[in-house]
Design a protein around this ligand. Sequence first.
Ligand code: SF4
Length: 396
Amino acid sequence: MNRRLENVTCCGCGLLCDDILLEISPQEISTSNACSCGQKFLATLVENSSNSATANPDQDLKTARQWLKAANSPMMCGLQGLSLEMQTDCIRFAQSEQMVLSTGKDTESTLAYQKYGGSGCSFGELRHRCDLLICFNFNPFSQWPRFSERFLEPKGQFITSRNDRTVFYVGTSENLGSSENFDEVILLDDKSLLESLVQIRKNLQRDDDRGTSSELQTLCQIFGEQTANSQYPILLQGSAEFGVATQLTQLLMEINKTARLHRIAAGSGIHSGSPQETILAMTGYPDHISFRNDGMDYDPQRYNAKRLITREEVDCVVVIGETDLEDLLQTSSARIIRMTNSQKIPSRTSDRLIELRWNQFAGTHLRCDGVPIPVKEFAEESASTPLRSLFQLLMS
Ligand code: SF4
């Protein structure tokens, strides 16, 4: 059957473009407005959603239920790329089954933000007002293929052309890739990144540049004078080694005593969602929580997913979606219940692994600037297996 879906949202990267036209026929899937990454992403999603292999064998559901009931220390991890509604279902399920909930991702940025605060802004502000854009360890031109077309080039309310903006890159060469499209590039290695941030903050506090290298003077100039003199400066922050996110947040706090540098946290690859923000909103902590019958316990050292798996302190792990912990899980003796919406992963069931499939995609996704974007359903209603239904079956 032919289907035509308008204003479809693509989750192929953090931009979440929501102006895509999708035409689906038995012979082909055609898209308008999507970049080549988005076309591939959407085609895979449509194939996944129409695959009737999502029906889960009763025996697998029964065994998964038994494993959960028999577990002494179950854990849930993953949760990347889910809608807000699905993240909520996951957290409620972990709570009802008294599991440890640890996504397996670093929560440094969330904690730093919580501790030192910061001033966010949206892509709309970037398009209409931003005259100084500092890309920190992130190249939006390569990671977000439609970034320029949608936000830098169109005429904004106060910014009339790309020439009205200055775009800097500050960070490592690995995260830069190509330097075209930037007005200036300041390259630092991982070690000097952390040292430079500390130095810039000290220099801003002292308000002088005694004894600094020319590179550091340029950075102090960008984060000091240029930021203060800009109408609407924005920092686009990418991934950082441990400690850098905290230093950067502290630097922002220092700058924002006298000026205003807005921040957008950028992620590379496909849209990864915001489970830590949802966990924070629902529990008061961003991750690393142990749910118990008398409340919850939060301890980032103790309930770290890698640590728990390595030390064999969990006996049943529920993995939602894809996870970076895959290799570690293979070497552990814990039972694994994997709930996946990807048809890429071949179905494998063994005496310690069960795979359960879901294929519903609709829901609200948070774009990386914090704006909620609705995502349409791809699966035909009769073929839809929501994640929530799996949780209900496992609890029954
Ligand atoms: S830019 Fe990103 S969100 Fe937009 S179509 Fe391309 S992959 Fe999808």
